[in-house]
Write a protein that binds this ligand. Structure first.
Ligand code: DOR
Ligand code: ZN
Length: 456
């Protein structure tokens, strides 16, 4: 068989098993999986040397800030960071300028991603008072909708606002009719406002970042989860809770799942790595929303991710400038931290420590996101006919994370100084090698736009 690329001596990892073999790639797709390289005539042969080869990571929550906020990140730097971290598909959030809430603005972002991206990308649209745009946005190619309850109406263009339950019910129904997912940022901002104002009045030190978690306690998440589950029941719409942050929130999700609510969730490394004690050291560096909470929450989130109660890992890669992160009070510091380049390495380190299996890593970073966002089986697994999005990992490589190694425009990472074992050493997107030994070797434009229509 004549192919473009043959990866031999691989340990092929799926969510269920690990099998030694070769992967043959032709026209961007996996053409064959075989025990031995015999019988293949390949333009390029890569010897994986017995290393694991995983389906490329799918991160359903990143902010590449393009267009409009490109002093923080752009589609080129963000997607290079993804490629360096073994992530071959990213789902980009709509809070850019102009925001992705109608077809016109969607087309602006699509063009940027087409020209600049080193990896595949999905483009979210906002769920605001845009009922009249939903069909057209799906037709245009969005990957899903973002119900961002942390948005203030003044952050949206004139005439747009977050709908009340009456209006939201009809929008959820419309999205359900297409079997698309609503991805939810679950925070009750009325309560956040109340807590924040009282804390400010009590004369808290503006540099005491512990106040951040007190201003956004877990009940704020619980309140927004209830509202979301009600809307899901009213409409039949599937909901995906992104960056889950509390033990109580996880318990509530399990309870509603048990009753049949179509809800799934994700968590990012920031929330299962750090806890409230770390605010003293990192300050604004780990001010993310919803807040990083207490050790009991961190532990529940990690256990939930490892055992599958939380289906997906997603980073909420959210770059801001150093000025926005480190020169302001705890309430004015912009929320977010980068993470798309370090999520898979952090998980490989947990595998090496015996805290999770490599198969579960494939499940939560590739197979589950692909299934939930309905791009499976083209994405999310290594199988004949699937896209050739692959990552070769070196489980023995010991290294130290540094700010300088980050491809993001915003170099600051709270993982700087972390000693990890395990690193992606090659990333392949649609059959093209885009990262080799930490260096970006591919060209922008290889990434394709993905969505449930699967017509990329
Ligand atoms: O910390 C966060 N930052 N959480 C979000 O949900 C949004 C993000 C951002 O856009 O900066
Ligand atoms: Zn986000």
């Amino acid at each position: 068989m004549k192919v473009d690329l043959l990866i031999k001596n691989a340990q092929i990892v799926s969510a269920r098993d690990t099998v030694a073999g070769c992967i043959a790639v032709k026209d961007g797709k996996i053409a064959a999986i075989a025990d031995s390289p015999e019988g293949f005539e390949a333009a390029r042969v890569i010897d994986a040397g017995g290393k694991p080869v995983l389906p490329g990571g799918i991160d359903v929550h990143v902010h590449f800030r393009d267009p409009g906020l490109t002093y923080k990140e752009d589609f080129s730097t963000g997607s290079m960071a993804a490629a360096a971290g073994g992530i071959t598909t990213v789902y980009d959030m709509p809070n850019v300028q102009p925001p992705t809430l109608n077809v016109e603005n969607f087309q602006i972002k699509k063009k940027i991603a087409e020209e600049k991206s080193y990896v595949n990308y999905g483009i979210y649209a906002y769920l605001v008072n845009n009922l009249d745009q939903i069909d057209a946005l799906i037709e245009a190619g969005v990957c899903g909708f973002k119900w961002d309850l942390s948005t203030f109406d003044w952050e949206l263009p004139e005439g747009y606002y977050l709908p009340d339950n009456n209006e939201a019910a009809d929008i959820f129904k419309k999205i359900a009719a297409h079997d698309y997912v609503v991805t939810v940022h679950a925070e009750d901002m009325e309560l956040v406002k109340n807590y924040t104002e009282h804390l400010k009045e009590s004369g808290r030190d503006p540099k005491d970042f512990f106040s951040h978690v007190e201003a956004r306690p877990d009940i704020v998440e619980v309140s927004a989860l209830y509202r979301t589950f009600v809307l899901s029941e009213v409409s039949g719409c599937r909901v995906h809770i992104t960056h889950l942050t509390s033990k109580r929130g996880l318990e509530l999700i399990k309870e509603f799942q048990h009753k049949g609510t179509p809800v799934t969730s994700d968590v990012g490394p920031a929330w299962f790595t750090f806890c409230a004690e770390d605010y003293e050291k990192f300050g604004g560096g780990i001010r993310v929303i919803p807040a990083i909470r207490y050790e009991k929450d961190r532990e529940a989130l990690w256990n939930g991710l490892a055992n599958g109660d939380i289906e997906v890992l997603a980073t909420d890669h959210a770059p801001h400038s150093n000025d926005e992160k480190f020169n302001r009070s705890w309430w004015d510091t912009l929320p977010g931290t980068i993470g798309v380049q370090t999520s898979l390495p952090i998980m490989l380190d947990h595998v090496n420590k015996g805290e999770v299996t490599l198969n579960r890593v494939v499940e939560c970073m590739a197979e589950k996101p692909a299934q939930i966002f309905n791009i499976f089986p083209r994405k999310g697994q290594i199988a004949v006919g699937a896209d050739a999005d692959l990552v070769v990992v070196d489980m023995d490589k010991e290294w130290t994370v540094t700010h300088e190694e980050m491809y993001s425009k915003t170099k600051y990472t709270p993982y700087d100084g972390f000693k990890l074992k395990g690193k992606p050493v090659m990333t392949i997107v649609m059959g093209e090698v885009v990262m080799e030994d930490g260096k970006i070797v591919g060209k922008p434009g290889v990434g394709r736009m993905v969505n449930p229509r699967k017509d990329w």
